[in-house]
Design a protein around this ligand. Structure first.
Ligand code: ADP
Length: 619
């Protein structure tokens, strides 16, 4: 099978490519790429549904508008999306569609991509979109894997790829432990820059994979695994281009001449940052992030527990330890099926039958691996100098050993490429690329997540586990649950791995997700984050008091974005022009993502140049 040279090209690297891999991970990335393309059979197909033009504008008018945009932003910085859709892989991901699509691959696609180089150009693009009533969709890196990747929610939107040309680290402050970044700065790039400067007293916090944008991950409320793992809570200060083209700075950034934008997030007045996360109210062009002080030492630990029923008593043990910060990071309690898949081998090497892989097969596979057989694996990290770590580790050990059969894994018995060491690096703020290995479980492996929030309690964990297991069994899907324990709550992350070239398995995955979301909501559990295709359904579960929250969100949307041009439908928030026309994706709408047209736009003031939105180059 040929992938038009895709499989044989080398992995792009930093700093030459903003989305590239750092040198210390290059070999690992090359191997990961080999594994991905070994399992790839999905052909690159000719496009069937061309040209792509967003609803609400005639084709000729749209092409004329794009020509105008080319004059403004530069011919080479506006690309029409009419070529075959290449899925690439993590390090060479597309910016036109979801490389892990669960729908028909031509459903959620962009009509064109534009690459701004500055906040001013982002303002120009926003004003252009208002003038021509073209939906635009901002991405920073476009790697939002499992949540829609780079795809826009409205087919035919013009993707604003901020990362390619706006990728500067504007400041790293080694005394205040803060930084200020543009959208195209990845966790890899931030880590590299800090190492290069020799600032070994500064730590970053990274998600499982380090290729995402610091801004993109934070505005979508992603998490990492040091004590600074709640990225949104750790950011300080935004610069935002509003949907009508003005630019604002939040918090202390609104005070001219301030020197506290990155150290005090609130400023004066309403705390407006919240409306720019998981929303479609603005385009973030700069963000401040706090950095963690090097704790002066760290030590990973891993315990395994033998039985599924250990889950409930374990949660009761974990809760007080986590709330009192004896367990200091967003730690993970992973199920053995995912531990086996994390070896990166295809499922077919273990089992050739259909339906969920039988437990005895999984346990036999686990028993033959270096960690040994288990049902649950807990990965944690103790921070600080040795005597402080020893105190915390002793408390954890005494508590965990109350579970019969609990076993502390000795890292000295593990080979260097064992998953444990990836968790060790990530919890020490060193970005890695190991995590995507379990996606190779299926040929043409893709993944999509169900991620409900619950209290850290045995009863809740057991209910959610039983719900997920029952529905996975019903749809013949292997069950990969991991409980990620925050401070006072936990996210259960259930990743469904599927073959993106198998329409029947995609449908099963989608049906299973829709059932899990509805049933979990009926029990009082809601998602912390979701895929584009599921956003309407998840938003509708937050319905208290006759959907009061969504009514408020719509009021904000209509006030801030009267023409409804910015990421319509993202997070279930539809602008007025789209409402009541069947744009919502639900179980009933099936795989169709589009509604029946858009309504007329109100005469927008920004058309008349009223919102000139003077911008202020940094600082
Ligand atoms: P990642 O950082 O994981 O590669 P993206 O860059 O795709 O992810 O960002 C995730 C999502 O967050 C996007 O789909 C988009 O909706 C939103 N987003 C990303 N960057 C911005 C931004 N600068 N301003 C507003 N929304 C953004």
């Amino acid at each position: 099978m040929s992938f038009a040279g895709e499989a044989s090209s080398d992995v792009p690297t930093l700093p030459g490519t903003h989305s590239g891999i750092p040198a210390y991970l290059l070999e690992k990335a090359r191997n990961a790429k080999g594994d991905v393309f070994d399992g790839r059979t999905k052909p690159i197909k000719d496009r069937q549904r061309l040209p792509v033009v967003p609803q609400g504008i005639e084709r000729d008018d749209f092409l004329a508008a794009l020509a105008e945009l080319k004059v403004q932003i530069g011919n080479e910085n506006v690309e029409i999306n009419d070529k075959p859709l290449k899925d690439g892989w993590y390090m060479e991901h597309p910016n036109t569609h979801d490389m892990m699509t669960i729908l028909d691959e031509e459903e959620l696609v962009a009509s064109a991509v534009v690459y701004p180089s500055s906040t001013e150009e982002v303002q120009d693009i926003v004003k252009w979109a208002n003038k021509h009533r073209v939906p635009i969709f901002p991405i920073s890196m476009g790697r939002n894997l499992g949540y829609g990747g780079a795809a826009p929610r409205v087919r035919g939107s013009v993707t604003v790829d901020l990362g390619k040309r706006m990728n500067k680290i504007l400041d790293i402050n080694p005394e205040d432990y803060t930084c200020l970044v543009e959208p195209g700065v990845s966790f890899y790039a931030l880590y590299d820059a800090i190492q290069e400067k020799g600032y070994h007293h500064l730590w970053i916090d990274t998600p499982d994979l380090g290729g995402g944008s610091v801004i993109g991950n934070t505005v979508d409320r992603g998490v990492g695994y040091t004590p600074y793992g709640d990225h949104w809570a750790c950011h300080s200060g935004l610069e935002v281009v509003l949907p009508t083209g003005e630019v604002i700075r939040t918090g202390m950034g609104a005070l001219p001449g301030n020197n506290t934008w990155q150290s005090f997030p609130y400023g004066f007045g309403p705390y407006s940052d919240g409306i720019f996360s998981q929303s479609n109210y603005g385009i973030v062009t700069k963000m401040g992030m706090t950095l963690m002080p090097n704790p002066g030492g760290y030590e990973s630990f891993m315990y395994t527990f033998p039985n599924e029923e250990d889950l409930a008593p374990l949660m009761e043990i974990i809760r007080p330890l986590r709330i009192s910060m004896i367990l200091e990071n967003v730690a993970q309690l992973r199920h053995v099926t995912q531990s086996v898949a994390a070896r990166g081998l295809p499922r077919s090497q273990f089992y050739s039958g259909t339906g969920p892989i039988p437990p005895d097969v999984i346990h036999a596979a686990a028993a033959s691996a270096p960690v040994g057989d288990h049902t649950w694996a807990y990965y944690g990290m103790a921070y600080g100098p040795a005597h402080i770590r020893a105190h915390k580790l002793a408390l954890v050990d005494a508590e965990f050993r109350k579970i019969a059969g609990a076993r502390k894994v000795d890292p000295a018995t593990l080979p260097a490429d064992e998953y444990y060491f990836s968790r060790d690096r990530v919890a020490a703020g060193v970005p890695d690329i190991h995590e995507l290995r379990w996606v190779n479980w299926a040929p043409n492996g893709a993944h999509i997540a169900f991620s409900p929030v619950s209290p850290i309690r045995g009863t809740d964990a057991t209910r959610l586990f039983a719900l997920g297991k029952r529905l996975h069994d019903a749809y013949g899907i292997d069950f990969f649950p991991a409980f990620c324990v925050g401070l006072r709550e936990m996210h259960l992350i259930v990743e469904i791995v599927f073959d993106r070239d198998d329409a029947e398995r995609k449908q099963a995955a989608l049906d299973c997700l829709r059932d899990m979301i509805d049933e979990a909501a009926a029990m009082g559990y809601g998602e912390y984050r979701t895929h584009l295709v599921l956003m309407d359904q998840v938003a509708a579960t937050y319905s208290w008091n006759d959907n009061a929250l969504m009514k408020f969100n719509e009021k904000l949307k209509d006030a801030l974005d009267p023409n409804g041009i910015l990421a319509p439908g993202r997070c279930g928030i539809w602008p007025k022009r789209y409402r009541g026309r069947g744009w919502e994706m639900t179980r009933e709408s099936g795989a169709a993502s589009e509604g029946d047209g858009v309504g007329p736009a109100p005469e927008a003031k920004c058309d008349q140049g009223e919102f000139s939105g003077a911008s202020h180059p940094y600082p």
